[in-house]
Design a binder for this molecule. Structure first.
Ligand SMILES: NC(=O)c1ccc[n+]([C@@H]2O[C@H](COP(=O)([O-])OP(=O)(O)OC[C@H]3O[C@@H](n4cnc5c(N)ncnc54)[C@H](O)[C@@H]3O)[C@@H](O)[C@H]2O)c1
Length: 331
C-alpha cells in the first residue's frame, strides 16, 4: 500500500474498535491518515485502539444521524465495518438487520450529505451462502443462508444503488473468514480459531459443530487489512465487489488438527450437532483482486496459526481466565 494514498486525509472507520477495524486503524494511522473511529463498543474495545496513537473516537450508533454528522464532517473517505455479527443471526435477527442493513443505508446517506469522496463497504463472504461453484468468484450466486449474510447483501445493494442514484463513489469488499490478534473468543462473538485455541490451552477438546468437513478460506488479518486498503486506494471503483481472501480451502477438522498439533496433540476434537444455516463450503477465487488491486494474501494457514498462537500466549498468559465467558453452543 502506498503511504501517499492516505497521508493527511481524514478517514472515518465505523466499527474501528473491533477486530478487523482496529487493525485497519493501526495501518491507516501508520500511513499518516487522520483517523476517526465511530463505534458503539458493543463488541469493540477501547484497548484495541491503544497502539494507534492520536485517534479521534465518536461513540455512538451508526443508525443515529446525529452521531453520523459528528463523525463524517470533513471526512474524505469512509470505511464502513460496523456490524452485528453472524452468530446473532438466530438469536436477534432484527438487530442484525437494523445495524447491518439500515445502518449501512444511514452511513451512505450521511456520506452523501457530507460530500464524502468514497465509501468502502466491508461486506462478507457470507453473502454467497454455501459455495456451489468453487473457487467462488464475485459472480458466484448470492444466496445467503443467514440473516447476517442477507443483511450484509442488502448493504452491498444499497452501496451500489447509492452510486447509481446519487453518484456517491462506493466500493464493496468481501473478506472471507479472518483471524489473528484481537479476534473474539468470548461468548456470542467467539470465532472458531480463538475458541479452539482457548479450549486447547485449557486442556479441553475443541468442539466441532457437525462433521467438521465444512470449509472456510481462513485469511490472516494483516492480509485482510492490506486488501481493504488496496481497494480503498484504487483509482476507479464504480461500486464493484471484490473478494479479499487467502484463496486456500481448509476444513474445520484440519483446523482442529493443526491447532492441536501445536498445543496438545492428544486433544482430538469432539463433535456436536451442526449449526443451523452453517455454510458448507467457502473458498475464494482471488483473481479479480489480484488483477485490479495487485493484491495477494501472503500468510498461509500454518504460518498464520503459528503467529496467532504466539500472540495469544503473550497476550493471555493465564488461559484459564479466557474460559470465563465461554459458551459452547451460542445460538
Ligand atoms: N471477522 C471475519 O471473519 C469477517 C469476515 C468477513 C467480513 N467481516 C466484516 O468485517 C467487519 C468487521 O468485522 P469484525 O470481525 O472486526 O467484527 P467486530 O465485531 O470485531 O467489529 C464490529 C465493530 O462494530 C461495532 N458496532 C457494532 N454495532 C454498531 C453500531 N450500531 N454502531 C456503531 N458501531 C457498531 C462493534 O462495537 C465493533 O467494534 C464487519 O463488517 C464484518 O461483516 C468480518
Amino acid at each position: 500500500m502506498s503511504r501517499a494514498a492516505f497521508a493527511g486525509r481524514t478517514v472515518v472507520v465505523t466499527g474501528g474498535a473491533g477486530f478487523i477495524g482496529s487493525h485497519l486503524v493501526d495501518a491507516l494511522a501508520a500511513a499518516g491518515a487522520r483517523v476517526r473511529v465511530l463505534d458503539d463498543f458493543s463488541s469493540g474495545r477501547r484497548e484495541n485502539l491503544a497502539g494507534a496513537g492520536d485517534v479521534e473516537v465518536v461513540e455512538g450508533d451508526v443508525c443515529d444521524d446525529r452521531v453520523l454528522d459528528r463523525a463524517l464532517g470533513g471526512a474524505g473517505l469512509v470505511m464502513h465495518l460496523a456490524t452485528r455479527c453472524v452468530r446473532l443471526s438466530l438469536s436477534d435477527p432484527e438487530d442484525v438487520h437494523r445495524v447491518n442493513s439500515h445502518g449501512t443505508l444511514r452511513v451512505l446517506m450521511a456520506a452523501r450529505r457530507h460530500g464524502v469522496r468514497r465509501v468502502v463497504y466491508v461486506s462478507s463472504s457470507e453473502v454467497y451462502g454455501s459455495g456451489v461453484r468453487v473457487p467462488m468468484a464475485e459472480d458466484h450466486p448470492l444466496e445467503p443462508t443467514t440473516i447476517y449474510g442477507a443483511s450484509k447483501l442488502a448493504g452491498e445493494l444499497y452501496a451500489q444503488a447509492a452510486t447509481r442514484s446519487f453518484g456517491l463513489e462506493t466500493l464493496v469488499v468481501r473478506p472471507f473468514n479472518t483471524y489473528g490478534p484481537r479476534a473474539h473468543f468470548e461468548g456470542v462473538y467467539g470465532e472458531v480459531i480463538p475458541r479452539f485455541t482457548v479450549r486447547l490451552l485449557n486442556g479441553r477438546r475443541p468442539v466441532i459443530f457437525g462433521d467438521g468437513l465444512q470449509t472456510r478460506d481462513f485469511t490472516y488479518v494483516s492480509d485482510t487489512v492490506q486488501g481493504i486498503l488496496a481497494a480503498a486506494a484504487v483509482p476507479a471503483a464504480g461500486g464493484q465487489a471484490l473478494n479479499v481472501a487467502r484463496g486456500e480451502e481448509v476444513t474445520i477438522r484440519r483446523l482442529a488438527e493443526l491447532l492441536a498439533k501445536a498445543i496438545d496433540p492428544t486433544l482430538a476434537p469432539e463433535f456436536t450437532e451442526a449449526r443451523p444455516a452453517d455454510v458448507r463450503r467457502h473458498w475464494a477465487d482471488v483473481g479479480r483482486a489480484r488483477a485490479q488491486l495487485g493484491f495477494t494474501a501472503h500468510v498461509g494457514i500454518e504460518e498464520g496459526l503459528g503467529r496467532y498462537l504466539a500472540w495469544f500466549r503473550a497476550a493471555y498468559p493465564d488461559p484459564a481466565a479466557c474460559l470465563r465467558d465461554e459458551v459452547v453452543r451460542n445460538w
